[in-house]
Design a protein around this ligand. Structure first.
Ligand code: NAI
Length: 399
């Protein structure tokens, strides 16, 4: 059975799922490993699970010919050289959806706290001031939530917001199916001028840098609040700072910043630190116990599906083939350079061996081709050697 190495204290939900899928050779290591230690730990591993601190670059991949799959038990995949992994025939999986609910809940909590002016009242109470006043404090019921970026997180925020009685409007550059009673807005400007709460859920991309400028902030009602749990550089922080100090905006909640400390030893620097009407959180929108547990399950499931059936759906660097039930005696996973004639030669090899192909699924992505072939009989070691010896073959595995 395949050996799977899990590094960096990945949540126990991962090993539980892998064991339930029949993988009993699981090695768990508590920390990230560097170059030589990593190579030694993964020498006979079929798959590895990492979080963000383990780097798997081209050098490491060159020394790990037996490694078949990488699971990033997190959202980001910058710690892996995705192109090098693909060229070694190694799909990389991550967990893009496991923490959406955590972010969405935080946004709703922040909307309620900001409209009630709780951050200021909380700060003053800590300083000994008893400010018992209803002035400027509002319920969220019947208020308009403006969602910018109606993707996985934005749409979920909309559903939760309706549950507490908000009217949901959204703006997205793509046409999106509105969930519940949400209404699309034709422009960002229209959305920002009518919303009581504006919340940002756009991706990090050069087109979203400084999306929220001074001019756009000026469109917002003075009683409105801004929430950003997307990427730090989406908001012009100096412009936001000015709007808040000039009382042209009632408050803000920020979970992400243009410059974030790399660890808890570095000081967090922001012009907003002394503002009582701003909630500042250290990029923890998606950081909950539940999200960690979900991430463990989501990525472990993807690794198990790949090792057992060759499924690469949602791989971040690889041709995607969805889950296909294996109904024949043998399944061959063939990863090759995407060039003419590979499939024809491979199928001739099957025919020459007297094997009937029952099903075959091919996908390509850039320079990589991936084909799953189901045949109704056993595969000889000679045939496997022949397929592996084809000039365009990157990797060929038998399931
Ligand atoms: P997603 O890709 O599902 O949705 C993004 C949406 O924004 C898409 O519908 C897209 O069409 C839309 N969009 C792109 N450019 C736009 C623009 N200029 N104006 C309006 N809409 C635009 O992404 P998902 O998963 O919902 O994540 C959203 C953001 O949340 C990302 O930036 C992600 O990095 C961040 N995030 C933050 C976390 C935290 O801890 N604070 C945790 C998880 C995600």
């Amino acid at each position: 059975m395949a050996k799977i190495v899990l590094l960096e204290k990945i949540h126990a939900s991962a090993s539980e799922l892998l064991k339930a899928e029949g993988f009993d050779n699981i090695v768990q290591l508590p920390t990230a490993l560097k170059a030589d230690d990593l190579k030694a730990a993964l020498a006979d591993a079929d798959a590895v699970g990492i979080r963000s601190a383990t780097h798997i670059m081209a050098d490491a991949l060159n020394g790990l010919p037996g490694l078949k799959a990488i699971g990033c038990f997190c959202i980001g995949t910058n710690q892996v050289d995705l192109t090098a992994a693909a060229s070694h025939g190694v799909p990389v999986f991550n967990a893009p959806f496991s923490n959406t609910r955590s972010v969405a809940e935080l946004v709703i909590a922040q909307a309620i706290l900001l409209l009630r002016r709780i951050p200021e009242k909380n700060a003053r109470a800590h300083r000994g001031t008893w400010e018992k006043s209803a002035l400027g404090a509002y319920e969220v019921r019947n208020k308009t939530l403006g969602i910018i970026g109606y993707g996985n997180i934005g749409a979920q925020v909309g559903i939760l917001a309706e549950a507490v009685g908000m009217r949901v409007h959204y703006y997205d550059i793509e046409s999106k199916l509105p969930l519940g009673n949400a209404r699309p807005e034709a422009s960002l400007e229209a959305l920002m001028s009518k919303a009581d709460v504006v919340t940002l859920h756009v991706p990090g991309h050069k087109s979203t840098v400084n999306l929220i400028t001074a001019d756009r902030l000026a469109l917002m009602k003075p009683t409105a609040v801004l929430i950003n749990a997307s990427r730090g550089n989406v908001v012009d922080i100096d412009a936001l700072n000015t709007s808040l100090r000039e009382k042209r905006l009632a408050g803000a909640a920020l979970d992400v910043f243009p410059v974030e400390p790399r660890n808890d030893k570095e000081e967090f620097v922001s012009p907003l630190r002394d503002l009582d009407n701003v909630i500042l959180t250290p990029h923890i929108g998606g950081s909950t116990e539940e999200a960690q547990e979900n991430i463990g399950r989501e990525v472990a499931q993807k690794l198990a599906r790949y090792l057992k059936a060759g499924t690469t759906r949602f791989a971040v660097n690889f041709p995607e083939i969805p889950y296909l039930e294996k109904e024949t005696k043998s399944r061959v996973l063939h990863i090759h350079r995407n060039e003419p004639g590979v499939i024809a030669r491979m199928n001739a090899d099957f025919a020459q061996a007297g094997l009937n192909i029952v099903a075959q699924h091919l996908q390509t992505r850039g320079p990589i081709g991936y084909v799953i072939t189901d045949v109704d009989d056993g595969i000889s070691s000679q045939l496997l050697q022949k397929l592996r010896g084809e000039p365009a073959t990157i990797r060929c595995e038998l399931i």
